[in-house]
Structure formats: C-alpha cells, structure tokens
Design a protein around this ligand. Sequence first.
Ligand code: ARE
Ligand code: CA
Length: 494
Amino acid sequence: YHNPHFIGNRCVITHLMEWKYDDIGDECERFLGPYGYGGVQVSPVNEHAILDRRPWYERYQPVSYDLRTRSGDEQQFRRMVKRCNKAGVRIYVDIVLNHMTGGQSGQGTNGNHYNGITMQYPGVPFGPNDFHGHESCQTKDLEIHNYSDRNEARNCRLSGLRDLKQQSEYVRKKQVDFLNHLIDIGVAGFRSDASTHQWPDDLRSIYSQLHTLNKEFFPENSHPFIYHETIYYGGNGINSNEYTSLGRIIEFRFYKEITNVFRGNNQLRWLKNFGTEWGLVPSNDALVMIDSHDLRVGHTGKLGFNINCFEARLLKASTAFMLAWNYGIPRVMSSYFWNQIIRDGKDVNDWVGPPTDQHGNILSVHPNADLTCNHEWICEHRWRQIYNMVRFKMIAGQEPVRNWWDNGDYQIAFSRGSHAFIAINLQKNGDKNLRQRLHTGLPAGTYCDIISGDLIHNKCTGKSIQVDKNGLADIYVGHDELDAFVAYHIGARI
Ligand code: ARE
Ligand code: CA
C-alpha cells in the first residue's frame, strides 16, 4: 500500500480540488502528462449531502457510495480514469469512510434522501445500528472532545458527523464494495480521510478484502496506494506510526516544520538534516505537502501561519524546497479563488465552494496560452516555478543531497548528486543578497535557471550560470527578486 504506481520517473501528485472529471481528463492529456506529474488526487467522488450555499466541505458528508457529485457522474468518472491512465497520470480518490453526514436531513447529490437525526441512509442502506452510540462512545454528547483519547477519537463523532461502526461486518462489506468498485474502474489508490478516527484494525480488515489493481492499466498483483490523514505533531496525540503498516501517512510535521522555517521562525541552515532526524517517519512512509484543502482555509493549523496561494512568493519557495529535498511523496495543492476575509484569526469565507454558474454547475477550467489559469481557478500546479520544480525532482531522481552550503542562517544551497542544484535566499538582515561561488555538483556547461525562465530554442529566457570543470559557478539570488530561489539541472543545459 506504499507504492503510488507512478509511471516511469514521475514522482509528484497534485490535488485538483473540486475540478470536474471531464476537465481532469483534459488536464491529464494536455498538461499533467506532458509536464511530468505522476497523479491527481480528486475530491470525494461518492454521493454526499447538498448543503446551503454549497460549501466545499459538503463533499465530506457522505450520503451513499453512488458515484455522482458536482464533478460528474460515474460515466464521466470512468472516462477520466481511462484518459489519465493513458496519459501516464494516476488517479487517487479521497475516501470518507469514518462517517456519514452531520445531524441534519436532506437530499444527496444522487437524489437519495438521508436523515442524520434518525441516522437513515437508504442509499447504502445504513441505519441506526450501523453507527457508534453510547455503548462505545463515552462522552455525553457523543462528540470527540479529547483528540488524544484513542477510544474517544475513534468511537465518538468528529464535529457532529455520524460515526460509522466499522467493527460491523456489514459496514465493512459496504465500504469494501465501494473501494473495489473504484479499483475495478482503474484508480491507483486512495487518500484516507480522518484516518485517526478509525481503528487501524478496522482499516486493515477492509484493505485485506480489496481487489488488486485493474490489469488494463497496472502490472498484475498491484495493490492500491493508500495514504492516511493522521494529524500528529508528536506529544501524546494519536501517533501516526499506528498507521504506517497500512500504507503511507500524511506527515504533518513536514508541513509544520517547513512552514515554520520559511516564515523565518527557524533558520534555513538547520534543514541540512531535515527528515527522520527531526522525528519525521521514514521517507517511504510519508506523503508531504505545504498547503492542502484544509490548511488553505485554516481548518487545520492556523491562518497566518499556513502558507497558501495568497502568499505566492512564499508558497513557491517552500514548495521548491519540498520538491528539491529527497523526502516522501510530495503533493501540490491546486485551488480555486475565494474571497479570503480574516476576522479574529478566522477566514469568514472558509466555506466557499468552487466557482459555479448561476445554476450551481462547477465552471470548466480554460487555461491561457501562457499556461496559467483564469482568475476563478488558481492552478498552482501550472505556475512555472512549481511545474519546473516537478521536472527538477524527476531529473534529480534518487540522487543524494550533496554540496550543502549555508551562510549560517537564511541562505542555503545544495545539489542532488550531479543532476540538479538549488539555492534559496530568505535573508532578513545583514548582507541580504546571496552572491557566492559555489560547488554545484553539475558537469561543466551553461545552465538555465528554470525559475526565472526556461530553456527555449537553445537559449535561456531567464538567468543562467556557467559551471566550470570543477563544478563551481557564481550563484546569485537578490533579496528583492520575484523569486527567492534559483534552480538548475542537466535537462536545462545549453
Ligand atoms: C462541517 C461544519 C461543522 C459541522 C459538521 C457537521 O463545518 O461545523 O459540525 O459539518 O455538520 C470538512 C470540514 C469541516 C466540515 C466537514 C464535514 O473541514 O468543517 O464540518 O468537512 O462537512 C480534525 C480531524 C481531521 C479533519 C480536520 C478538519 O482529525 O480528520 O479535523 N480533516 C478531514 C478533512 C476535512 C473534513 C473532515 C476530515 C471530515 O480533511 O476536510 O472536514 O470528513 C488538531 C487535532 C486534529 C484535528 C485538527 C483540526 O490538530 O489533533 O485531529 O483534525 O486539530 O484543526
Ligand atoms: Ca470513527
């Protein structure tokens, strides 16, 4: 369950939050495939509650396991999976198994009624006996109050969401059928939502009943890739290592430490041994990110600390470090525009759903000739500084980090063997420009900076460096430049 089944040397996932399946199919063919992305995480695909104002988070309130959402129906989902696999891009589905809806009633996206008060979900069907109650959850209101209490966190309700009794063979069977349906269609794996709120043994039992991946797209006997949302920062919370035998975990300590460094609370030079020596799980157990659908609106972590698309320079630099460093499988968040208004540390518009027309249909994505998207869709994954670092990571491959240099605080540089080199300058005081003759590890030649430009028709459209026969070059990153870093690799050499 740890292998993402990337094709070739692809190695990065992007989360195309709330995109329509037809658009994702287009994107796999016209951009993700050609630019080297390995896979797409898609927002939950099963029927979910329709809530007032259509917030993005309604997709985290399942009503049944029918495949129909505002992103499309089952036929469209199937077409997308096929097109993406053919383009060399894998599909990972965000699966919400811990719970159904909150305590309201209404209709789901496939027309099924549900009642969260009586706990009736005829679309599955699930009834009151399929949910945890007072016999297993000890809190008076059935809510989780103490996230560190292992029983409470698993058997009580996560913010009112009706908590499924995954100990029941019947509940497991319904969930196994749902996942096998997706596997048979050709997905490569899953993001497991709210994993810490599910017993590892229940998940183990469910996974043990899963089919191997579809042989039309995957080698025989391949198992789905599964990465778990376990928010653990150390201390007495539920340790994410309870889940590493089940697949990968999303390593939140990566996001937290890197954000902390790039916000200037910790010097960049300390990153020299970033990874397990900082207490992170082994690289092969980790999936990492800078931003996510929750972080961007402060549903996890804190606004003002989390880095999202509204701080583009910081987001690019921290993402570049994630993609240059040799740790975990990186995931790049790709969001849509919303009107962020922060009051008392909270984003008043943290609920705002994807861009739609006046009938509530999600808008299509129409990229511009310069590869960026229009206003409504941010498309961070299409920013040059980010997609060129995806290529950087591909070219770096498994080469080790070498030629580490730092100036003692906020300037660093390192190479990935003899394939690639990056220098970052977040200097706040003293001599602010990074101007150094450094060992790049690269073979002699002229290299284009893939951050300020590209290699086009054998010319650099941005900065460039001359690497001499000893691998030395003059590296420059001014403190006031558009981007806080430069990056060079053997794929962009003249
Ligand atoms: C919505 C409303 C609620 C309402 C509920 C039920 O906002 O007010 O009570 O519906 O009616 C998302 C949204 C929620 C939303 C939910 C369902 O973020 O706001 O609730 O969808 O529509 C904990 C969990 C972690 C979870 C985060 C958000 O451990 O699993 O909270 N993350 C996932 C997804 C979310 C999603 C859900 C789970 C639910 O990524 O997008 O919620 O499916 C400490 C703790 C962590 C805790 C964290 C929260 O770090 O250790 O365990 O995370 O704080 O900041
Ligand atoms: Ca639970």
